[in-house]
Design a binder for this molecule. Structure first.
Ligand code: MLC
Length: 512
């Protein structure tokens, strides 16, 4: 490994990061475009004070802190403060509506809920109902938590954690539409970070171009963790903006993104080999990058994208090699320490090249779903493999190609959308008899969330009235980009809705 990190005796994930950047406290960590540059020492000091502020709010080791905030350096300090305290960091997509947040607060039972200053009044009743103290954090180091941090005493000790202790909880949805909190341990996250650091050949002088949100696995664990392991610098953009990203490319050596972001870069004339000359590697994940885009990318930028495959419950599962072929459509080899198999319905290995269910076992796996032991057990085979729900095939060298998913989950712009959750909301709208939600090919988003709706009677509802009805209940990215009104849903002899037929017959909806 090229980082300085040495295995600390304390298994707290922060202790591992600390050993990686201990000799680099004066080195730039978060470089905010048009704003401040914070060194590793600056961010650590802020995290120590924030731990002081959280302690004064009554937060203790093992508690949950739920967070729904915009991306900022204080957001990183808050995350690190929670790690240092052994507090479980539960971070939510900023697009979630108050209704959705209310569910997460009730489920996660946090001591403290941190939200954006502008959301405080709306979310206060939900925090009260969940018995959580509400504080705020804004992007300009403002908000009540930021103010408390300014004056709070530093807590310099890092709590002694066991590797099996929970560091973070991230919600993922499922086929039933009910979200589940995936509990991630200090050791599991450390294994992902160390594996990525090694496989992607991280150098201490790498500069990461960071344009992803930090409320998901990709932006937080896949991108930030390996950077911290070696004390590398991060160009920390508040969100993806095309022009700002293009302008930053010459200062960066590593970029991580979802295909939608790469699709947008590909459309820009300024995306050239000259602009990308300092880049060492572009990695892509969270959704499949179309083969034609993979080839366009190589032509336009002079770099072959490195595809990798991951999921919240497992961190990174496979990665294409840093040195070696990275054919379009493939996602590479199992990460170090991870056992991967492709099997049939009876868990028997499929022959080489034949599609089957992808299952994995290894150190990076989650510890289970919060308060759902039966659901957790049902996701594992009797011999301890996690059932990913993805369909793939292995070639002779052990390289994985993904062919699809066994469920009907949609991935829109790198966000997972579960049709059942959307259908349940649409079905409750006035004038709707029933609906079926599918993902259809979408040039920008990969898949566009699309609703096929049967009305109770002609004209009983329309796209606007349905949007109005579901608007406060579902995050915007989950809401259909199009509504198609039909007389009846296609069903088979068993009365099951034929989503395959809907997808097949409407594959061109977004290109016409
Ligand atoms: C934004 N919008 C989306 C959307 N993102 N709609 C569908 N799907 C999406 N992903 C909508 C907004 O609701 C809004 O709608 C309009 O687009 C403009 O909003 P915006 O915020 O300006 O969007 P934009 O900047 O264009 O965002 C696109 C994006 C963003 C691709 C940059 O979605 C993004 O950062 N995606 C990354 C997701 C990610 O990090 N996934 C990692 C999951 S972890 P309206 O109608 O209100 O105008 C994981 C594991 C692993 O999967 O292996 O990585």
């Amino acid at each position: 490994m090229t980082s300085n990190a040495i295995e600390p005796t304390n298994r707290n994930l922060y202790a591992l990061f600390r050993s990686g950047f201990a000799d680099r406290l004066d080195h730039p960590f978060l470089i905010i475009p048009g704003g401040a540059t914070l060194t590793y020492g600056d961010v650590e000091t802020r995290a120590m004070h924030m731990a002081g502020a959280l302690t004064m709010l009554g937060v203790a080791t093992g508690d949950h802190v739920v967070v729904q905030i915009d991306k900022s350096s204080d957001g990183v300090a808050l995350y690190l403060a929670c790690l240092r305290m052994g507090v479980v960091f539960v971070t939510l997509n900023t697009a979630y509506t108050p209704d959705e947040v209310a569910f997460f607060l009730g489920d996660a039972q946090p001591t403290v809920f941190v939200c954006r200053p502008a959301d405080a009044a709306t979310l206060q009743p939900f925090a009260d109902e969940a018995g959580a103290k509400l504080v705020t954090l804004g992007v300009d180091a403002d908000g009540t938590l930021a103010e408390a941090t300014d004056t709070a005493p530093k807590i310099v000790d890092i709590v002694d954690s066991k590797g099996t202790d929970i560091a973070c909880m991230l919600y993922t949805s499922g086929t039933t539409g009910r979200s589940k909190g995936a509990m991630l341990t200090h050791d599991g996250l450390a294994a992902t970070a160390k594996g990525l650091h090694e496989v992607w050949g991280w150098q201490r002088d790498d500069v990461l171009l960071h344009v992803l949100p930090i409320f998901h696995v990709h932006g937080l664990f896949v991108a930030l963790h390996p950077a911290m392991l070696g004390g590398s610098s991060v160009l920390f953009h508040p969100k993806f903006e095309l022009d700002a990203t293009l302008a930053a490319l010459p200062d960066a050596t590593v970029m991580m993104a979802v295909p939608t972001i790469y699709n947008r870069l590909l459309q820009a004339d300024q995306f050239t080999p000259e602009q990308c000359a300092s880049m060492r590697v572009f990695t892509s994940g969270s959704a499949p990058l179309a083969a034609d885009k993979h080839e366009d990318f190589a032509r336009k930028s002079g770099h072959v994208v490195l595809n990798r495959y991951g999921m919240t419950e497992a961190g990174i599962i496979t990665s294409s090699p840093l040195d070696g072929e990275r054919p379009a459509g493939t996602v590479g080899f199992a990460m170090p320490g991870l056992e991967l198999r492709v099997v049939d319905d009876t868990n028997q290995p499929m022959p080489e090249g034949e599609p089957g269910m992808v299952q994995i076992k290894g150190d990076t796996l989650f510890a289970g779903y919060w308060q759902l032991p039966e659901k957790t057990a049902s996701e594992f085979t009797d011999d301890g493999f996690f059932i990913t729900g993805d369909i793939g095939r292995l070639d002779a060298e052990g390289r994985l190609t993904l062919d699809g998913r066994s469920g009907d989950m949609i991935i829109s712009g790198g966000f997972n959308v579960y049709p059942r959750e959307v259908e349940l909301c649409i079905n409750e709208a006035e004038g709707v008899f029933e609906s079926a939600v599918v993902g259809l090919p979408h040039d920008d988003l990969g898949e566009g969330v699309t609703a096929f709706v049967v009305l109770t009677s002609e004209g009983s509802a329309n796209a606007e009235s349905i949007e109005e009805a579901i608007g406060s209940r579902l995050a915007r990215f989950k809401q259909p980009k199009r509504y198609v009104f039909i007389d009846e849903l296609p069903r088979n002899a068993m009365s099951k809705v034929q989503k395959v037929a809907l997808r097949r017959d409407n594959a061109d909806l977004y290109s016409t």
